[in-house]
Design a protein around this ligand. Sequence first.
Ligand SMILES: *[C@@H]1O[C@H](CO)[C@@H](O)[C@H](O)[C@H]1NC(C)=O
Ligand SMILES: *[C@@H]1O[C@H](CO)[C@@H](O)[C@H](O)[C@H]1NC(C)=O
Ligand SMILES: *[C@@H]1O[C@H](CO)[C@@H](O)[C@H](O)[C@H]1NC(C)=O
Length: 240
Amino acid sequence: MFLQIGFFLQLIHLLGAAIALPTEQIPLQDGSSKDVQIIRAELKKAEIIPTVIDDFLPSITISVSWSKKEAKLGNTLKTKHVQDQPTISIYDETSPDAFTNSNMTYVVTLTDPDAPSREDPKWSEMCHWIASNITLSQKMYSILPISFSTEQEKEIGKDIDEIMEWKPPGPPPKTGKHRYVFLVFAPKNGTTETLHLTKPKDRQHWGTGEERGGVRDWAEENELVPVGANFMYSQNKKQS
Ligand SMILES: *[C@@H]1O[C@H](CO)[C@@H](O)[C@H](O)[C@H]1NC(C)=O
Ligand SMILES: *[C@@H]1O[C@H](CO)[C@@H](O)[C@H](O)[C@H]1NC(C)=O
Ligand SMILES: *[C@@H]1O[C@H](CO)[C@@H](O)[C@H](O)[C@H]1NC(C)=O
């Protein structure tokens, strides 16, 4: 009984906030700082920290979704379900006012550190995507009967600047599961101006010419710092 009353009060509160959108910011739910701790823990468990990127505490969450599936911090997805360029949304988990107050743009990358396989990463890392000019989305509650997300996602997709065009995951036969790692970067100096990013000469080794050369080198060169991540696993259907 108490639970139900609490639920309705919360719903009424949320609806009130929703009606006031988009000028009024909905307060963040408790536990968002826990979420970013979970992201970091999962990145370590999958050895993305420190293999792909140095240790960092995320402040941004990124949702990556295709028509049927989404990346969920290390789930395994069929390669055929992740061929299209995904829809991405990024949310600031630590600064509730960022959506309204910040004009900073972010960069999202996709890298495969397991090319051609995790045991033998001689082509690693493989650059799959670099997209810049990405702005924050406002966090929505799925509990709400009204959804703004479709319109918002269109808005986001429109102005993305692709530095390296989307290359769909294509893990070769018999190479086991590959980690496909999405990273979100912010400009180190916090500039709100358009970023002038370099395009890697090559996808393999991110153009560094060195085994294990990858997104970390490229980010350093472009004075970007990691602020968020998500990842999934995928493998070729033929494993024997
Ligand atoms: C963000 O950009 C808008 C429109 O260009 C401007 O009015 C606003 O002052 C900017 N905010 C900040 C924090 O720079
Ligand atoms: C970046 O996004 C803004 C609007 O959010 C748009 O006006 C601008 O053309 C975009 N820049 C690039 C290089 O795509
Ligand atoms: C911030 O860094 C970028 C790239 O490193 C540089 O082009 C830009 O001039 C810097 N902006 C400011 C305001 O320091």
